[in-house]
Design a protein around this ligand. Structure first.
Ligand code: NAD
Length: 261
């Protein structure tokens, strides 16, 4: 344990990590950070160019996959094991927030189904094919990206997205319970609102930004890198007693009734 807690050491040395949605935002920052901490990183994204660019930056492997496809999900795990001989960490992070996702009346069935196919089925498939690989490696860590909206409702609706993140949170808890004695940890990482493309494309006016910022005690949006550091902790052996958690990294948003003036 002394060795594990020695911060002079790289924190993911000898680990192989697969990250979905690695081409942008949280996934990209996490791929770079994991590599810096000694991991071999498999950068998975639907956007092949983006996956390649990040893989080149972190010296990892690029893999094009649609996480909502069972065949692609199976293939990405196989590619990781083939390239690096094992898989220790899976970061099921790819997700979408659809522009036409709204309230129950306005959201179409197509938007609902697409959101669930990527955000929920994608996480399920990552675990379906990832858990056997972690078993083969003697255990490991699964991190599923949920969101603070799994815990808080909002009057600025994205019903399919919010419900999908609730599903990721409850799926992660159950998987944590199932695999707890196999040295496989499963945690849901719940970011608060971030200054990434995914959110900022909607918050394109000062008024829209302020409507959110008033609820955040820290009074600012988070950065993708701040989520990457949390993923690093959950991926590393430093979090060896952490499983089934809803790991909130949200600037205090879920803790506050009122915020500082
Ligand atoms: N940005 C936020 O404010 C915020 C807050 C809470 C949770 N999240 C969650 O964090 C995760 C990452 O978000 P981000 O802000 O980095 O987003 P992003 O849009 O910057 O990156 C998402 C990446 O996922 C990829 N992707 C999309 N669909 C895919 C698919 N079917 N298969 C494989 N790859 C696919 C995209 O090409 C993109 O590179 C998502 O699950 C998101 O819901 C984001």
């Amino acid at each position: 344990m002394g060795e594990l807690c020695d911060h002079q050491e790289m924190r993911l040395i000898n680990k192989v990590a697969l990250i979905t949605g690695a081409g942008s935002g949280i996934g990209r920052e996490t791929a770079l950070l994991f590599a810096k901490e000694g991991a071999k990183v498999v950068c998975v994204d639907l956007n092949e160019d983006a996956a390649r660019a990040v893989a080149a930056e972190c010296g990892g492997l690029a893999f094009k996959a649609d996480v909502s496809s069972a065949a692609d999900s199976e293939a990405m795990v196989a590619a990781a094991e083939k390239e690096y001989g094992k898989l220790n960490v899976i970061f099921n992070n790819a997700g979408i927030s659809h522009a036409d996702d709204d309230d129950a009346i306005s959201t179409t069935e197509a938007v609902w189904d697409l959101t669930f196919a990527i955000n929920v089925k994608g996480v399920f498939l990552g675990c379906k094919y990832g858990v056997p690989a972690l078993r083969r490696a003697g255990g490991g860590s699964i991190i599923n990206t949920a969101s603070f909206v799994a815990i808080l409702g909002a009057a600025t609706p994205q019903l399919a997205y919010t419900a999908s993140k609730g599903a990721v949170l409850s799926m992660s808890r159950e998987l944590a319970a199932i695999h707890a004695r196999e040295n496989i940890r499963v945690n849901a990482l719940c970011p608060g609102p971030l200054q990434t493309e995914l959110l900022m494309k909607y918050l394109n006016t000062e008024e829209k930004k302020q409507r959110r910022l008033v609820h955040i005690p820290m009074g600012r949006f988070g950065q993708a890198k701040e989520i990457a550091y949390a993923a690093l902790y959950l991926a590393s052996d430093e979090s060896s007693f952490v499983t089934g958690s809803e790991f909130l990294v949200d600037g205090g948003i879920t803790a506050a009734y009122t915020t500082p003036l």
